[in-house]
Design a protein around this ligand. Structure first.
Ligand code: IMP
Ligand code: MG
Length: 181
């Protein structure tokens, strides 16, 4: 189905490819944590769809929490500073925690969250990211589960935005430089 907002955009991963990969990651997490309880912590807003789909492919006794951080300002430029806007609702002490993120880019966001969460002494802390851009890394951090590793492209859709727009595209599309309209 070609919708108006996706017209002219190059699809990097289709909804079918995303669904298949999310299913595989869900199965892997279910195997790795078999018999354990899990707290899934989504990083708002970009990871909303990924957490929603991933959680339904995880066969474990799981709960959700959400945090919001600011790392990117308006548009494609990162400010470099990470700030917590919405903290966890529940303590993660002694729990198995899975941080669910849309993109691991410079690593500033996840390095910040990992440090903060480890101070709360969880039983385990893992990271699932739908996309990974290893070439952009500033902080030394890797995810335990990666949907797709991609080159240095700016992508939108399936939760990911450009200046808050395009999150609701069902596919992951490439935002060409200079094509902000
Ligand atoms: P990091 O702190 O640089 O790793 O950036 C993480 C955040 O930047 C991600 O959670 C995204 O919200 C945002 N981001 C990084 N690359 C992209 C992109 O290509 N499209 C949309 N958002 C992005
Ligand atoms: Mg994000």
């Amino acid at each position: 189905m070609a919708t108006t907002i996706t017209q002219g955009l190059d699809v990097l991963y289709s909804r079918e490819q995303i669904a298949e990969r999310v299913k595989e990651i869900g199965a892997q997490i279910s195997r790795d944590l078999k018999g354990e309880k899990l707290v899934m912590v989504g990083v708002l807003k970009g990871a909303a769809y990924f957490l929603s789909d991933l959680s339904r492919n995880i066969d474990l006794d799981a709960t959700f929490d959400f945090v919001a951080v600011s790392s990117y300002g308006i548009g494609q430029r990162s400010s470099g500073a990470v700030k917590m806007i919405k903290d966890l609702d529940q303590s993660i002490e002694g729990k198995n925690v899975l941080i669910v993120e849309d993109i691991l880019d410079t690593g500033l966001t996840l390095a910040y969250l990992r440090k903060l969460f480890l101070q709360q002494k969880p039983k385990s802390l893992r990271i699932a990211t739908l996309l990974d851009k290893p070439s952009r890394r500033i902080e030394k951090i890797e995810a335990d589960y990666v949907g797709f590793s991609i080159p240095n492209l700016f992508v939108i859709g399936y939760g990911m935005d450009y200046a808050e727009r395009y999150r609701n595209l069902p596919d992951i599309c490439i935002m060409a430089p200079g094509s902000s309209e």
